[in-house]
Each structure stands twice: as structure tokens, then as C-alpha cells.
Design a binder for this molecule. Structure first.
Ligand SMILES: [Zn+2]
Length: 177
């Protein structure tokens, strides 16, 4: 079986004890391999610095790019800029001192492990970086906005009438509160 995530596994066993840099792009094909991914369209640049000079090895990951999500206001698909970075410590033996460290992820590897798999971290941090409030920059004025829905919403908020055709918009309106 071919390894779908080969690219996201750092082949540390074959690397010298120095600082290494990797970079690649994550797009929706990466997330399509997971059952519950919320990301269906994206372009994320991933830059990795792997410091193998001494233990714990330190992996710094920087993710920068665009994830497409549904606008809270007009429900159309809009590009959302994301940026996140995180640090992973890699150790062979359990380290009590690292247990309470905040903002640091830890991967324990066995002596005979040849790769360090960061697939799950890339998945998790991409999802965590999705903005809580997803709103068009200028509602109704961007090429992505669904102006029909924005108009309906505005009318609905003004009239406060209960037109059955707009029943589905109530949910949207609640999100705006
Ligand atoms: Zn919108």
C-alpha cells in the first residue's frame, strides 16, 4: 500500500545532526484523506525547520495560506486567510519536565523509528486556524458574496416578517447576533 502521508513524515533517521528545512503546499487533497475534515478547499504553504542537533529535536511548523469557508452572513464560499505556527519537541524517552510545558507539542519516538509523523498536527492546526467568525470583508461588495441572500437578510431584519420562504434564513440571522 502506498503511503498517502509519506510527504508529511520527516525521515529523520537519514538526516545529519544539523538544522534542516522543508516546505510544501497543503491543498484539499490532503484533507480529503480524513473522514471529518471541515476543509474542502484550501492552499496552505507549510514551512518546517527541523533542528536535529541534539535531543529533544525541535520541529517548528509555520502554516500560511487560504482556507475557503462558508460566510456566516451570506453563506457563500469565501477565502479566509490563516496563519499559525507551532513547535513540536521530539524525544526518545519520557520527560517529566516537558509534561507541564504549554504551547509545545511532544512526540515520543522509538529508537528504531525512521520517520517522525506530523500528519495529525498539520490536520489539527489547520482546523484550529479557521476563524470562528467567517465574514466577507465587505458584505455584498466582494466577488464572492451572495448578494441575493444579503438583500433578503436585510429585508428580513427590517420587516421582521415571518415569510415561510425565509424560514431558512432564521438560522443565519441567529448567527449574526
Ligand atoms: Zn458574505
Amino acid at each position: 500500500m502506498s503511503d498517502l502521508f509519506k510527504e508529511y513524515k520527516i525521515p529523520h533517521a537519514g538526516l545529519k545532526r544539523e538544522i534542516h528545512e522543508f516546505s510544501y503546499e497543503l491543498d484539499e487533497t490532503f484533507f480529503a484523506n480524513f473522514d471529518n475534515a471541515l476543509i474542502t478547499k484550501c492552499n496552505i504553504q507549510v514551512n518546517i525547520t527541523f533542528d536535529k542537533r541534539h535531543e529533544p529535536y525541535i520541529i517548528e511548523v509555520d502554516m500560511d495560506g487560504t482556507i475557503w469557508g462558508e460566510c456566516d452572513r451570506c453563506t457563500s464560499s469565501i477565502p479566509l486567510s490563516i496563519h499559525t505556527s507551532f513547535i513540536i519537541y521530539v524525544k526518545y524517552t519520557y520527560d517529566e519536565a516537558l509534561k507541564d510545558m504549554e504551547d509545545v507539542e511532544i512526540i515520543y519516538i522509538a529508537k528504531d523509528d525512521t520517520v517522525i509523523d506530523i500528519t495529525q498536527f498539520l490536520y489539527d492546526y489547520a482546523h484550529l486556524s479557521i476563524p470562528v467568525h467567517k465574514i466577507c470583508d465587505k458584505p455584498g461588495e466582494t466577488e464572492y458574496c451572495d448578494e441575493e441572500i444579503i438583500k433578503l437578510l436585510e429585508q428580513k431584519i427590517e420587516d421582521n416578517t415571518v415569510d415561510p420562504r425565509w424560514a431558512g434564513l432564521d438560522k443565519l440571522k441567529d448567527k449574526l447576533k
